[in-house]
Design a protein around this ligand. Structure first.
Ligand SMILES: Cc1cc2nc3c(=O)[nH]c(=O)nc-3n(C[C@H](O)[C@H](O)[C@H](O)COP(=O)(O)O)c2cc1C
Length: 219
């Protein structure tokens, strides 16, 4: 039997809670989010407090913290324009994505500074990052201020998917080919590592999944 450290989370300050949460909730996918400001200046920044939260319609949620009490460019742009694009960070795009995590002042585009190639979106104004294999155009659905106000959850509806033929065969996205990048605690990233297969035990919402469904699970 191993020893456990008990920590009463009710007494933790923000910094300590952050260190624990980002160490415990791993691995996290990384949304490399593009937005535009009121003047059309393109902003790009990574966010790993992110996941999908609905499928009917598809929705993504990202938590954007304030920075020393000030709103981050991404949060301000989403509030002002109601639009953002989630570009999925991969091992291949790690260096450029990581560099976008630096604090560029408002109005200074990470895109220009780092020479990131863009592609136009179809339904929203923020462009897509060309080097990523999956991009999701989103319209803001809800803004939820959390807890003591440091964190704000932005929930967006995915209104368009852009899927590279490198990873999408017309039916499913191939994770092994995509090589998504994950964020761990501290300054660490990880790739996928070994992929395990188990049969689906229940039908996914809206129909059959792409993995075989066992006899037992049909009952
Ligand atoms: C891999 C990675 C993940 C990050 N995840 C988050 C996050 O989930 N929420 C957040 O507020 N900041 C996160 N950050 C920090 C922001 O990217 C950083 O504050 C950035 O400067 C924000 O840019 P902006 O002001 O252009 O929006 C992350 C940084 C990196 C490198």
């Amino acid at each position: 039997m191993s020893d456990f450290t008990f920590l009463d989370a009710r007494g933790l300050d923000t910094a300590e809670a952050y260190r624990l949460v980002i160490g415990c909730v791993v691995p996290r996918p990384i949304a490399w989010i593009t937005t535009v400001d009121g003047k059309g200046c393109v902003n790009a920044a990574p966010f790993s407090s992110y996941n999908y939260v609905a499928t009917s319609p598809p929705m993504l949620a990202v938590n954007i913290a304030s920075r020393e009490g000030a709103i981050k460019d991404t949060a301000r742009n989403i509030r002002e324009t109601g639009e953002f694009v989630v570009n999925v960070a991969t091992e291949h795009t790690m260096e450029a994505m990581h560099a976008c995590g630096e604090n560029y002042p408002p109005g200074i585009s990470e895109i220009d500074a780092l020479g990131i190639d863009l592609l136009p979106s179809r339904l929203v104004r923020p462009p897509r990052i060309a080097s990523t294999p999956v991009q999701m155009e989103c319209r803001l659905d809800q803004v939820v201020v959390l807890g003591r106000g440091v964190n704000t959850l932005f929930i967006g509806e995915v209104v368009a998917f852009h899927l590279s033929s490198d990873v999408y065969d017309g039916k499913r996205v191939d994770s092994a080919r995509m090589r998504p990048l994950a964020r761990l605690g501290g300054p660490f990233y990880a790739g996928l590592g070994e992929i395990y297969h188990r049969p689906m035990l229940q039908r996914p919402p809206g129909g059959e999944g792409w993995l075989p469904i066992t006899e037992a699970s049909k009952k």
